[in-house]
Ligand binder design. Sequence first.
Ligand code: G3I
Length: 336
Amino acid sequence: QTDIPAIRDVVTEFPVGAAITAAETVGAHGQLLARHFSSVTPGNALKWDATEPTENTFRFTDADPLIAYAKAHGMAVRGHTLLWHNQTPAWVFTDPAGAPMTATAADKELLLARLSNHIRTVAAHYGTDIGVWDVVNEVIDESQPDGLRRSPWYTITGLDYIRTAFRVAREAAPHAKLFINDYNTNVPAKRDALFNLVAELRAEGVPIDGVGHQMHINVDWPSVAETEAMIRTFQPLGVEQQITEMDVSIYRANDESFPAPPADRLLRQAAVYRDMVALFRRYAGDITSVTVWGLADDNTWLDTFPVTRKDAPLLFDTALQAKEAYWGVIGRSSPS
Ligand code: G3I
């Protein structure tokens, strides 16, 4: 479909991105990607298990072709992610004797040294080709009294892993915008826990430039008003905000499953994309990028999460044709 507007020509306030795999940079997928998007996020290729599978053995074979593709097409790159608790190899949290690390001074020192080495090496490898890094991902757990996720990172180092990650990332990639990224940041308890953490760390001088809102949402939730409240909450911090992983599930409950996406859900989904993207554009001074978590419905993590069923959360269908959701982003009704 070359007769429809390119998203990147219509939404010009900020880069519009898609999360991708290597397979989505070639053939019809690659053409669709280059035509509509001005930014990419490697969906898995920059995670620790891909880039440092064993200690100090770095591997850039997954991500290098994606970054080269982005460069060749003049697209921005969001680097995702330097630190997470998932997709992190077990050796990272294992002490030299082969036992799980604990909150001892020696284990903490070793873990922070591994973290520094990882961030220095990965960030240096890409230099200015990556302009934005998700430095830490999903560190909030609003059910904890202090709002901090009890990952091995936290139980071994307290908050120091976050301080170290941002400081080392700043040294290794001084040009890059450094983000803290999380999901459900529209939920008031989680939003406020994230706000408090960012406020506290920035007051200490930890170089956090931005807050990433993943926005894994569905056709019913959240409302535009809640999403606007989310954006407004972070304004007093003076940080950038990016929508980093948006998708809109057609399902409203775990026990639903459709053989094919129902037309009414696809229309509802289009309205959600329309209203949310319009909101982000209104807040373009705060929102500096919007990324959808996948190119087309033929490849979405929601096909296996929270249960296995075919979902259709993106802007293009399994045949790479523009959906009503695409027209929602464009801000016009579909011509058909
Ligand atoms: O690489 C192996 C492959 O060798 C194997 O054959 C295949 C069989 O299952 O699995 C492959 O690994 C999968 C990997 O994606 C690459 O496709 C993992 O099983 C699978 O768990 C992994 O899922 C990723 C998920 O993060 C892991 O937590 C999704 O693709 C990725 O989209 C998703 O992204 C996260 C963001 O990073 C953070 N926010 C939430 C978002 C959605 O979960």
